[in-house]
Structure formats: structure tokens, C-alpha cells
Design a protein around this ligand. Structure first.
Ligand code: PLP
Length: 353
């Protein structure tokens, strides 16, 4: 049976990417597996360089003073790397969910953090607006898409200071002016590849302004100077990410996938709004195109709905424990057809109830 993977991550990957990646595990270069070759060998150095270049190209950041790195430790390590590399006195953070909150907690270890605004008061079901960003702070940090709560920033402030953004759950899904940001980071495991690598895109001229000593593995400048090969890179995750970025480029890039993502989001949200058995969690204006969060209006239907979901081959629909209900994650490689299957189950429930 065809499976429809709505998991919040690790994500769904295109079939062609999985096929090529699995072949490379068996035989990549003259009978050797991708996992057996030296990361310093030309075939892998080419992969790393291609992946870095493709990331910048797709984001429209080539030739604009940015460097792309594929690092390890997940987006969670970026919470502290950003602070170590950028925080001298004080930074401003927008608190829009669990991941922003964690980023704030890590940065607070190093210095003073000011929450410019927070939506914690409403269990993060909206994106705060109309806040000020002080011009004498070191940087402003925000989370473009809140994976757990299903909210997404539709607009970004014009910060008078460097902007840092955690784009883990919506990178490469929609066209933005990426040059607004000085540091963008994203764990691979939503829209790029398997867990194990994190893309970090940095405008080089924002670095080197803090007085603290930074351990080498935590220092962006060290990673840049070593072309993202300071230590042994996660070869499989980088290779698979490169294949996904090639796939995306072949489709027509971010603007092409954005159209598909909008269609998918429109399909699910119109069902949530029209079907009286479901209630959306996030405020309408701030709804995410990547993660749609919703609950059942009548919990008595839980078992029936979940059985129908399972029978339809739908996977990964459970909501995060801090929201409850359901979360349909619709990353780039999930098809409109899969969203249609879920919507059919939801409307079938209405007919049955
Ligand atoms: N930031 C966001 C927006 C996320 O969705 C996640 C994970 O889901 C993280 C950070 C943490 O990423 P990692 O598990 O790679 O550390």
C-alpha cells in the first residue's frame, strides 16, 4: 500500500533521491560504498562543494558574501554556536515556540537575552507583531516556522542589527529575500535529507566581532576556513542533501515548490475550516504551510478517525504533546496527492458521523 508520510521529521524524501542515495551506500566509487571512501577524496570533496554551492544558488545568495556550511550537532547546536559567535552584550529574541524558547535558554548561558515579544501567553498559537528591535543589540533571532505549533512568520522585521533565523522546518519551501538574514540555520531532516547535518548560511562580515575565545568546533570562522571539512563530515547526510537540492533545482527551484506547497496548505486548511468535526490550532493569519495543527471537535470520534487514517496508509499524523490533536507536516517532497488522501479521510469522517 502507498504510504503517505506526514511526519514532522525526519521527513519524507523524494523517491529518486532515496534510490540514488541507497545505490551510493552499496557502490559509489569503483565498488566502494560512499560510507567507505575517504572524505578527503576528490569524489566527496566535490559533493561537499556542490552541496554548498547549490544551497547558496537556490537561496539566491551566490556572490553576496555568504558561505554555506554543513555542520553536525543539529539545529540545537546552532542555538549555542550563534550565541558564542555573535553575542557580546545583549541580543533580542522573538519567542514563538518551543524551539525559540530553547534557543533563548542556550544563549542566556553566555549573556543577556531580551525577548522582544512572545506568544507563550496563548500556547504559541500566533506570531507576535509590532515589536521593537533595539539598534544597539548584537543581533536579532527568530524562528521562521514553528514546527510544533504550526505557525509561520509571513513577514520579517527590518532589523537594524544582524538577523539570525532558525529555518529548520521551512527552508527551501518558500521564496523569501534571504539576503535580509545574516545567519540562517536549518537541520537537514525536514526539507533536505536525513538527520545528521545542519545547513548554516553565514554572511561572513558579521563574524569576528566578539571578544571571547571560541572553541574551534564552535567557531564559524574555523569551519569556513576549512571549507566545511574541519572534522570528518557526515558524508551520507551531506550527499543525500545534495541530491535533494539537485532535485529541487530540477523542479524549478524554490518558487516552483512554493506553488505546490501553497496548494497543499490550501487543501488541508479549507477542509479544517469547512469540516465542523475539526478545529485549527494556529491563528489563521499565521498558519504554517509546512505543519498544519488541528484537533477533533469531538474526542469521541478519535478512535474511528485514527483507524481510518491508518487504513489509508497515513503515517506520522499525531500532534506534539504540547498541542495535542494532529499535525499534518507537508514538507517539500510530500505530494498534493497525499494531502488529498488525508482530506478525503477527514470528509469521509464527516459523512459517517
Ligand atoms: N528548530 C526547529 C524549528 C525545529 O523544528 C527543530 C526540530 O524539530 C529544531 C530546531 C531542533 O533540531 P535538531 O533536532 O536538529 O537539533
Amino acid at each position: 500500500m502507498k504510504r503517505h508520510n506526514f511526519s514532522a521529521g525526519p521527513c519524507v524524501l523524494p523517491g529518486s533521491v532515496l534510490q540514488k542515495a541507497s545505490e551510493a551506500v552499496i557502490n559509489f566509487d569503483n565498488g566502494l560504498s560512499l560510507l567507505e571512501i575517504s572524505h578527503r577524496s576528490k569524489p566527496f570533496v566535490d559533493i561537499m562543494e556542490n552541496a554548498r554551492a547549490l544551497a547558496l544558488e537556490l537561496l539566491g545568495l551566490e556572490g553576496k558574501g555568504y558561505k554555506a556550511l554543513f555542520l553536525q550537532g543539529g539545529a540545537s547546536t546552532q542555538f549555542l554556536m550563534v550565541a558564542l559567535n555573535m553575542l557580546e552584550k545583549r541580543a533580542g529574541y522573538l519567542n514563538t515556540g518551543t524551539w525559540s524558547d530553547k534557543a533563548i535558554k542556550e544563549a542566556r548561558i553566555y549573556d543577556d537575552i531580551y525577548e522582544v515579544a512572545s506568544s507563550k501567553d496563548a500556547n504559541y498559537n500566533y506570531i507576535p507583531k509590532g515589536y521593537d528591535i533595539p539598534s544597539d543589540y548584537d543581533y536579532f533571532h527568530c524562528t521562521s516556522n514553528n514546527t510544533i505549533f504550526g505557525t509561520q512568520m509571513k513577514e520579517f522585521p527590518n532589523a537594524p542589527i544582524p538577523m539570525v533565523c532558525d529555518m529548520s522546518s521551512d527552508i527551501f519551501s518558500r521564496q523569501l529575500d534571504f539576503s535580509k538574514f545574516d545567519i540562517i540555520y536549518a537541520g537537514a531532516q525536514k526539507n533536505m535529507g536525513p538527520a545528521g547535518t545542519t545547513l548554516v548560511v553565514i554572511k561572513e562580515d558579521v563574524l569576528g566581532k566578539v571578544s571571547r575565545k571560541i572553541p574551534s568546533m564552535m567557531d564559524y570562522k574555523v569551519h569556513i576556513s576549512k571549507s566545511s571539512m574541519f572534522n570528518t563530515p557526515p558524508v551520507f547526510a551531506v550527499y543525500t542533501s545534495m541530491l535533494t537540492l539537485e532535485w529541487l533545482k530540477g523542479l524549478g527551484g524554490i518558487s516552483a515548490i512554493e506553488k505546490e506547497n501553497e496548494k497543499k496548505a490550501q487543501l488541508i486548511y479549507s477542509e479544517i475550516d469547512l469540516n465542523p468535526l475539526f478545529k485549527g490550532f494556529a491563528t489563521k493569519a499565521d498558519r504554517s504551510t509546512m505543519n498544519a495543527t488541528f484537533t477533533l471537535a469531538n474526542e469521541d470520534l478519535k478512535e474511528t478517525f485514527e483507524t481510518m487514517v491508518k487504513e489509508a496508509g497515513i503515517n506520522g499524523l499525531n500532534g506534539h504533546r504540547s498541542v495535542g490533536g494532529y499535525r499534518a507536516s507537508m514538507y517539500n517532497a510530500l505530494t498534493l496527492e497525499s494531502v488529498g488522501v488525508l482530506v478525503d479521510v477527514m470528509s469521509e469522517l464527516e459523512r459517517k458521523a
